[in-house]
Write a protein that binds this ligand. Structure first.
Ligand SMILES: O=C(O)C1=C[C@@H](OP(=O)(O)O)[C@@H](O)[C@H](O)C1
Ligand SMILES: C=C(OP(=O)(O)O)C(=O)O
Length: 438
């Protein structure tokens, strides 16, 4: 096991250029691959999750070539992947696994989809059930309802589909991106509650960039009109990742600031931009421009803690919500994060992992199926704690914030590669005062 020791940081300040959005990158790669015409993509995230999508598309016969320093040219295959038999390994990338399952189910081929052991514990049954309603032939190779999967050729028949949306929104997103390939009109009804709604909005917004529209009423009925085709818009610029922004903005709110992130701003299409509302509710000062956001701490309170606790429904920001859990260590009072049951089926059981590690620092933690409650210790956080990261990039990034209070050791820091390979380098650039210099 390797680790990274983060010394005590007394102040953060600076400007961070964000990496591209993971959620937009993997959607755009897939849609560009399925479109008519070539797409020049700029600003793509370079990380494990996008690498999984890129490698899978190349295996499926899609031509992808670098352009200039940072551009990528994807040759669209007009809705039909050239390769009809493939084994795809997709790591732990939900944004690759779920949408590719939906698309490949319509391709009349033989495909085998697998991932890392944790991916085989992450549910996919609700998506498979929905795809079976249009006669897709998918079988489970391990446990019923979970990857790995085998997709077989099948004659797809239009149907009114119902899908559950209370475990992951990626099932509905995958279905929405795939179904236009049939050319048929299709209606989807979401059965019960839909979580993580902004990600479905993001899906529809990316589809619209390729000329395909989805009609929907409330969050229950979605209609794909017949005869729509993905057409490349030519060139696409991907904005910075709003979830990745959360760590730097929280740092600015906790330890002085200002910290400015560049790459997302007030017109962002990503739901995690609304993390700033939670930070503001905790007392942080936020300013936003077209493509930047800046956070700084409020004046110190009598208690010594800059921020105050919140009670917040986090369903619309499941990823950035994790950052609130560690920000709560620097807030006066008890912070409650609600409606986060999906944390249990992500990179790890994030409610359990977060509870374990926060307790090591001296916080009082209460948790349930779908909530987490954090009360920081009265005195300082416990210093020099070893934080386990559970192969979860967000655990590593969230707990880097502990160094704004006490020195901390982050185990397996390289797990950040899933979405942000150079996270710790960027974090070190906003650090202005180590304990040794204080
Ligand atoms: O569609 C997407 O890009 C994502 C949706 C969310 O998942 P759930 O819908 O499972 O909450 C989010 O946690 C994930 O990181 C990315
Ligand atoms: C849940 C996440 O990833 P995935 O896209 O694999 O679901 C995440 O990045 O926090």
């Amino acid at each position: 096991m390797n680790w990274l020791d983060l010394p005590l940081v007394r102040q953060v300040r600076g400007v961070v250029q964000l990496p591209g959005s993971k959620s937009i990158s993997n959607r755009i790669l897939l849609l560009a691959a399925l479109a008519e015409g070539a797409t020049l993509i700029r600003g793509l995230l370079a990380s494990d999750d996008t690498q999984q999508m890129l490698a899978a598309l190349e295996r499926l016969g899609v031509n992808i070539a670098p352009v200039d320093q940072e551009g990528l040219r994807v040759e669209g295959c007009k809705g039909v992947f050239p390769v009809k038999e493939a084994e795809l390994f997709l790591g732990n990338a939900g944004t690759a696994f779920r949408p590719l399952t939906a698309v490949l189910a319509l391709m009349q081929g033989h495909y085998h989809l697998s991932g890392v052991p944790r991916m085989h514990e992450r549910p996919i049954g609700d998506l498979v059930d929905a795809l079976r309603q249009v006669n897709a032939a998918i079988s489970y190779l391990g446990q019923e309802g979970f990857p790995p999967l085998e997709v077989h050729p099948a004659t797809i028949r239009p149907a009114d589909i119902s899908i559950k949306g209370d475990i992951s929104s990626q099932f509905l997103s995958g279905l929405l991106m795939a179904l236009p390939l049939t050319g048929e009109a299709m209606a989807i009804t979401v059965n019960g509650n839909l979580i993580s709604k902004p990600y479905v909005e993001l899906t529809m917004a990316q589809m619209a960039r390729f000329g395909v529209r989805v009609e929907h009423t409330a969050w229950q009925h979605f209609v794909l009109p017949a005869g729509q085709v993905y057409r490349s818009p030519g060139e696409i610029m991907i904005e910075g990742d709003a979830s990745s922004a959360s760590y730097f903005l929280a740092a600015g709110a906790i330890a002085g600031g200002p910290v400015r992130v560049v790459g997302v701003g007030k017109n962002s299409s990503q739901g995690d931009i609304r993390f700033v509302e939670a930070l503001e509710a905790m007392g942080a000062r936020i300013e936003m421009g077209e493509d930047w956001i800046e956070a700084s701490a409020p004046p110190p309170r009598a208690t010594g803690k800059a921020l105050h606790a919140i009670d917040f429904d986090c369903n619309h920001i499941p990823d950035a919500a994790m950052t609130l859990a560690t920000t709560a260590l620097f807030a006066e009072g008890t912070t409650t994060l609600r409606n986060i049951a999906s944390w249990r089926v992500k990179e790890t059981d994030r409610i359990a992992a977060m509870s374990n590690e926060l307790r090591k620092l001296g916080a009082q933690v209460e948790s349930g199926e779908d909530f987490l409650r954090v009360t920081p210790p009265d005195g300082p956080l416990t210093s020099h704690v070893d934080i386990d990261t559970y192969d979860d990039h967000r655990m590593a990034m969230c707990f880097s914030l502990v160094s704004l209070g006490v020195p901390v050791r982050i185990n397996d820091p390289a797990c950040v590669a899933k979405t942000f390979p150079d996270y710790f380098e960027k974090f070190s650039k906003i650090v202005h005062q180590h304990a040794a210099q204080a």
